[in-house]
Write a protein that binds this ligand. Structure first.
Ligand code: ASP
Length: 434
């Protein structure tokens, strides 16, 4: 989120210029303390006019999901230019999607092992809480919408994703057309969606400025009803995520480097700088200059990395995928008092892998996508429900989780890039070849 230069004076300006993630953290702490005090005083529910500030936040989040998916997925898919796709592109996209899918699986595994949840009073007892019977074939064919408009209106996330991907890919072909007319109208259309995405990012930026207030109220309600014991649950979420990140580095990246016969030591020595930069900036896009440099130092041909790294910063989100797995588990366990069914887990793998394509490489984007994944499995972040409170808890610690997941996202881009370059004989540096 672009921060403008601070100008003198004004509480509002000072507020706007203060780092948003710290503000959310402060909102979490203030809300938690207020909630604990209220719990001690025996006050379980906030007055409706205060509670409203939490509801406004969840409604704003829901409002943004569909336009955000449409804009970012169309732009993401249309950015894969068919000219470059050739030998490099298809391989890169496949390896990116496979590693992201592994990420979600590791995240879900961590969820199953750690069973992260908070014991919240007054569970939202709605239909979504019941383990649903999943007919696998139905899940597959229902990805295809019979009406795009109905899919949009009913917010059927997977169907919207499916259509947007096809739309974006066709757009990329038209953009590369030799027919001047087609090329021109495709570029105009692309610019419209690009602009839509930018507008959505601005709106998300605005919602995030409001988030500290929404989070404070939602967390306050959670603590007032449940007391201080819920804080420990968040620690489990952090541990589960970071352990998942570490396992992914060792198993998936270590495994890939081994398979492609690239020396692990020298690779990670070079990967250190982008890793740390990503950890600090929480932005894959912002880290691109250092990732480029690392790829160059590793001897990757520019033809490969100039294409695969920016693409990776947009569509390859392994850390985000792990985070989705752990947090989805946390939300379901917390709100419905049960784990995930196999059907739901399969759905989350599919959704989170596809969602990673639409997750912008900017701070906090994954948290918005988490709301989308939850909507996709039929458990939307509803206003005035336990799930909104649990989601606010996650949002409160998002800065920390985002640091780890972004560092992993970037390391994943670099790993896959080196592997593909090696496969194509476009990795020059002898020192990292076995
Ligand atoms: N911050 C992440 C990135 O830039 C995206 C996310 O929030 O998951 O890669």
């Amino acid at each position: 989120m672009a921060q403008t230069e601070p100008k003198k004076g004004g509480i509002l300006r000072a507020y706007l210029n203060f780092n948003v993630l710290y503000k959310i953290l402060i909102g979490l702490v203030i809300g938690a303390i207020a909630g604990i005090i209220l719990a001690a005083a025996g006050v379980e529910a906030l007055p409706a006019w205060i509670s409203m500030f939490g509801t406004i936040f969840t409604r704003l989040l829901k409002m943004i999901i569909i336009p955000m998916i449409v804009g970012s997925l169309v732009v993401g898919a249309a950015s894969v230019s068919p000219a470059t796709v050739g030998k490099v592109g298809i391989r890169v996209v496949i390896i990116y999607l496979i590693t992201s899918a592994f990420g979600v699986i590791i995240g879900l595994l961590m969820g199953n092992i750690f069973q992260p949840h908070a014991e919240l009073a007054s569970l939202a007892a709605d239909a979504a809480g019941k383990a649903s019977e999943t007919n696998v074939w139905k899940v597959i064919y229902e990805i295809i919408p019979t009406s795009v408009l109905t899919a949009l209106v009913n917010e059927t996330v997977l169907q919207v994703i499916f259509f947007c991907l096809i739309f974006g890919l066709c757009l990329s072909y038209l953009k590369a057309s030799t027919d001047e007319r087609l090329k021109k109208i495709a570029e105009t259309t692309y610019n419209v969606f690009d602009c839509l995405t930018e507008i959505m990012m601005k709106i998300v930026g605005g919602i995030m400025q409001y988030a500290p207030i929404g989070v404070a109220v939602l967390i306050c309600e959670v603590f007032a009803k449940n007391g201080p014991k819920v804080a420990g649950s968040l620690l489990i979420v952090v541990i589960a995520c970071f352990l998942g990140y570490a396992i992914h580095v060792v198993l998936v990246y270590g495994g890939l480097l081994k398979i492609f016969k690239i020396k692990i030591g020298p690779f990670f020595k070079e990967a250190r700088t982008p890793f740390i930069t990503a950890f600090v900036t929480r932005s894959s896009n912002g880290t691109l200059p250092t990732t480029f440099k690392a790829a160059e130092n590793l001897g990757v041909d520019k033809e490969v990395y100039a294409f695969s790294l920016p693409l990776g910063a947009t569509i390859n989100m392994d850390g985000t995928a792990i985070y989705q797995g752990v947090c989805a588990f946390f939300l379901v366990m917390t709100c419905y008092g049960r784990g995930l069914t196999f059907g739901e887990m399969g759905m989350i793998v599919l959704l989170a892998t596809l969602a990673s394509i639409g997750t912008a490489g900017v701070p906090g984007a994954g948290a918005i996508m988490l709301a989308m994944v939850m909507a996709g499995i039929g458990m939307p972040i509803q206003e005035a429900s336990a799930i909104a409170g649990a989601y606010a808890m996650i949002l409160g610690i998002d800065a920390l989780l985002d640091m780890g997941r972004t560092a992993l996202n970037v390391t994943g881009d670099l790993t896959c890039t080196c592997c593909i370059a090696k496969k194509l004989g476009l990795l020059k540096e002898d020192s990292i070849l076995k």
